[in-house]
Design a protein around this ligand. Structure first.
Ligand SMILES: Cc1cc2nc3c(=O)[nH]c(=O)nc-3n(C[C@H](O)[C@H](O)[C@H](O)COP(=O)(O)OP(=O)(O)OC[C@H]3O[C@@H](n4cnc5c(N)ncnc54)[C@H](O)[C@@H]3O)c2cc1C
Ligand code: SF4
Ligand code: SF4
Length: 374
């Protein structure tokens, strides 16, 4: 019996057009031929196959045996178990609803990183440490285009502390950070860090589990961001400006802590109820089951009672080594997750809510876990 070699044709049918595609762009950067591109305009955030070599729904390289795009895709078939096995050498238990790992709270010891960051500035401190200690050559993060006044997020390669400071904080529109991969490689990077929400943070594990070649090897550190959803760009004009008279160019920072919090240049502070924002949920997020960036080396979030601390889930040996080294060098302060039982309970609750979004008709994986109780 011939061995199946799933290619773009299967990816297109089973993920891209079925609603499972998050727009992470892993397939685009893994493809070894110039036939995949990415639509980031008008809120689409999807890969597409160019007209040449097979048209939109097939690929002549795939017909000849290339399977790279399906190997890279962190939503293709039984992705969760495959990546769990690759990352943790076991399938997760039903209790591990937010994945494998230990929770703690952390913040950068350098107050300027905390002030400049979204929560505790932990991600910035970790990126600086990894770059300055020769653990990675570059990292793929999200910046803002131009002077930042459009709030349009764009994939960026960071190589220095200055780059990291300039790209800190959170944007709540989508940004496929993986798309900065080629620029990092062209700049000579062989060990590349990735910052991303769960959809992107599962990509390195998918590539490594399915042996997707050099890309899999190069993506050597993954820092996850907890995430329930991202929003369409239209939220700025249609909600923030139309209802609250807040112009996008005036916004200096935004956060989500039960409500959408917005800070403006004139010192203003606004709260927008999340229920008003739900209508602007990006389509690619609607079936995403991963709140906690379950396959990252370390996942980070802002839930909890302590402002200016980052909730961290340390998941892999690499994650534990980095955390311990930063702590012993005095670069971060930590406190146990038990200090904030409410945050851990909320993590559990939000992870469960996200898991309910994985369709029963899709391949087994997240749906295996009980999602109705607790
Ligand atoms: C879209 C989104 C949704 C989130 N939702 C939640 C949530 O529901 N609950 C929760 O607890 N935490 C959530 N977070 C995580 C939280 O906002 C912080 O990013 C996290 O706590 C780390 O804070 P920090 O101060 O350590 O990071 P910082 O030091 O400020 O670094 C933040 C890093 O995130 C990158 N980044 C910013 N925006 C994006 C983006 N749109 N796409 C990809 N990378 C980006 C930056 O480039 C930077 O590398 C979300 C983050 C994002 C981007
Ligand atoms: S989920 Fe990511 S890798 Fe999979 S098809 Fe969509 S963009 Fe490509
Ligand atoms: S909810 Fe977050 S992690 Fe899931 S697809 Fe949307 S952006 Fe990605």
């Amino acid at each position: 019996m011939a061995v199946e070699k799933p290619q773009w044709r299967e990816l297109f049918r089973e993920v891209v057009t079925s609603g499972l595609c998050t727009g992470c762009a892993a397939c685009v950067i893994a493809c070894p031929h110039p036939v995949l591109d990415y639509e980031a305009d008008q809120g689409i955030y999807k890969p597409f196959h160019l007209e040449l070599d097979g048209g939109p729904d097939d690929c002549t390289h795939g017909q000849k045996g290339c399977t790279m795009c399906t190997r890279a895709c962190p939503r293709f078939r039984n992705w969760e178990s495959e990546i769990d096995l690759q990352r943790f050498a076991r399938e997760r238990t039903d209790d591990e609803v937010w994945g494998v790992g230990d929770v703690l709270l952390a913040r950068a010891s350098d107050e300027s990183l905390v002030d400049n960051g979204q929560d505790g500035g932990f991600v910035s401190a970790l990126l600086i440490y990894a770059l300055e200690h020769d653990i990675i050559d570059a990292a793929l993060v999200s910046g803002l285009e131009g002077d930042g006044s459009t709030w349009r997020a764009t994939p960026v390669v960071v190589r220095t502390k200055e780059d990291i400071l300039a790209t800190a904080k959170s944007r709540y529109t989508y940004c496929a950070n993986l798309l900065a991969y080629n620029e990092a490689v062209e700049g000579g990077a062989e060990r590349i860090g990735l910052v991303g929400m769960g959809c992107m943070a599962s990509a390195p594990g998918a590539m490594q589990a399915r042996k997707a070649g050099k890309v899999a090897r190069r993506l050597s550190l993954t820092i996850g961001l907890l995430c329930s959803k991202t929003f369409d760009d239209s939220i700025f004009e249609e909600l923030f400006e139309a209802k609250y008279n807040i112009k996008r160019a005036d916004i200096t920072k935004m956060n989500i802590k039960g409500v959408f919090q917005l800070w403006t240049k004139d010192g203003g502070y606004y709260e927008v109820p999340l229920k008003e924002a739900h209508a602007y949920t990006r389509e690619g997020c609607t079936h995403c089951p991963d709140f906690a960036a379950e396959h990252a080396d370390l996942s980070t979030g802002g839930i909890g009672a302590f402002g200016d601390w980052t909730l961290v889930i340390v998941r892999t040996d690499l994650g534990r080594e980095l955390l311990s080294a930063m702590k012993s060098e005095g670069l971060i302060e930590t406190r146990p997750g038990d200090d904030d039982p409410g945050a851990v309970a909320l993590l559990h609750k939000l992870a469960r809510v996200s898991r309910k979004r994985w369709p029963e008709s899709a391949a087994p994986g997240p749906g295996r876990l009980p999602v109705t109780s607790g």
